[in-house]
Design a protein around this ligand. Structure first.
Ligand code: TXA
Ligand code: MG
Length: 348
């Protein structure tokens, strides 16, 4: 299949390009588009055969349900059987934006979208291209992140191109996604709202509006409530070590690991903060990628997936990543870093 890539204005998307995307979606085809979090791979959420193409293109396990994207409250009504006061508060405070709500589904939502679950995950994105594409299409759009299953989520059109060219008919390329991490997935139906996946809206932000908020923390023999959390995501090709602790000791440990890596003839990639970069630079890693300032987790969040993908592109076979402080967006960043490192973590 030929993949067309259209460069679209992320602020004032051109009507003709939105129409082209909408036409394909209406015909049951897939379209990749930017959201404020990461790129989505969209299909008509009400058409099971269109949605099945998503699983084929990504190589995604069938039991991993899809987030349904809406452009207004009326569209959300079509999908949700029962709202809760907590869900209403979330809609008021965080929509449109990087928060996905899990609520009981209506029968109109096909089983393939929810992986057979009784709940549906829905979100109203704030990115103008996403919002206006849904509007133009006229129905809700089911969309997982537009990467091959197991790869870091795409935060740039070029990432989607790299993963999915030849497999989908259209990529709307609106440049970099501002948040750069996926949405927070929140169960708002249980007694206490529970975060199933950390993301663009932090626990602290949610607590201010909702009061008590829990985090789904399944033990080893329990299944996570967001089925996708059981899979290893964000896996770069190379081995990855995450170093966490007091910054001076982190820099020292990373310098040691660069030398050890070089002694084993490894191509070493370093993902670090702005503050640590000058010290690590002196050890000549094959790639040094600055994630952002340790004091600006939003910057680190928006650059992380690009850094991981760059390591793959440059043929890095040992990645050394510097952890940042947990809390706020830092928690979501560290969740992704730990996942990418496959729990290969050194505390110093
Ligand atoms: O920011 C985002 O959330 C992006 C953009 C495109 O919106 N989408 C995204 O989708 O990250 P995906 O498919 O890569 O991740 C969706 C996560 C998975 O962990 C999935 O298991 C969970 O949400 N999920 C989806 N539907 C669910 C449901 N009904 N109940 C529980 N978890 C659900
Ligand atoms: Mg994903």
């Amino acid at each position: 299949m030929q993949t067309k890539r259209i460069y679209i204005d992320p602020v004032n998307p051109e009507q003709e390009f939105l129409k082209e995307g909408a036409k394909l979606l209406q015909a049951g085809e897939l379209v990749a588009f930017p959201t404020e979090t990461v790129y989505g791979l969209g299909a008509n959420a009400l058409d099971p055969s269109a949605c099945s193409k998503i699983f084929a293109a990504k190589g995604r396990p069938q039991d991993n349900p899809l987030i349904v994207h809406v452009c207004n409250r009326a569209m959300a009504e079509l999908l949700v059987e029962e709202w809760t006061p907590e869900a209403e508060l979330c809609v008021q405070h965080f929509w449109p934006g990087p928060l996905t709500l899990v609520l009981p589904k209506r029968p109109t939502v096909p089983d393939i979208v929810t992986g057979g679950l009784d709940n549906v995950a829905i979100r109203m994105p704030s990115h103008p291209v996403a919002l206006r594409l849904i509007e133009e299409t006229g129905f809700p759009i089911a969309a997982p992140s537009a990467n091959l299953s197991g790869k870091p989520s795409p935060t740039m059109g070029s990432h989607v191109w790299y993963d999915l060219k030849g497999k989908i008919p259209l990529i709307l390329d609106g440049g970099a996604c501002p948040v750069g991490l996926e949405s927070t997935v929140l169960d708002v139906f249980g007694r206490v709202p529970t975060i199933l996946r950390a993301g663009g809206i932090s626990k602290e932000q949610l607590e201010k509006v909702l009061g008590e908020v829990r985090v789904d923390n399944p033990s080893k023999d329990q299944a996570p409530k967001a089925p996708g959390m059981k899979y290893r995501h964000y896996a770069p090709r190379g081995e990855m070590i995450l170093v966490i602790g007091f910054r001076k000791r982190v820099v020292q440990r990373m310098a040691d690991e660069i030398q050890k890596g070089h002694a084993r003839l490894k191509r070493v990639g370093v993902l670090c903060t702005l503050e640590s970069a000058p010290f690590l630079h002196n050890w000549f890693p094959e790639l040094l990628f600055v994630l952002g300032s340790k004091d600006r987790p939003a910057e680190v969040a928006s650059n992380l997936f690009e850094g991981l993908r760059l390591c793959d592109e440059r043929g890095v076979d040992l990645i050394l990543a510097e952890g940042i402080e947990e809390g706020g967006l830092g928690t979501a960043v560290m969740n992704r870093m730990k996942n990418a490192a496959g729990q290969h973590i050194q505390y110093v």
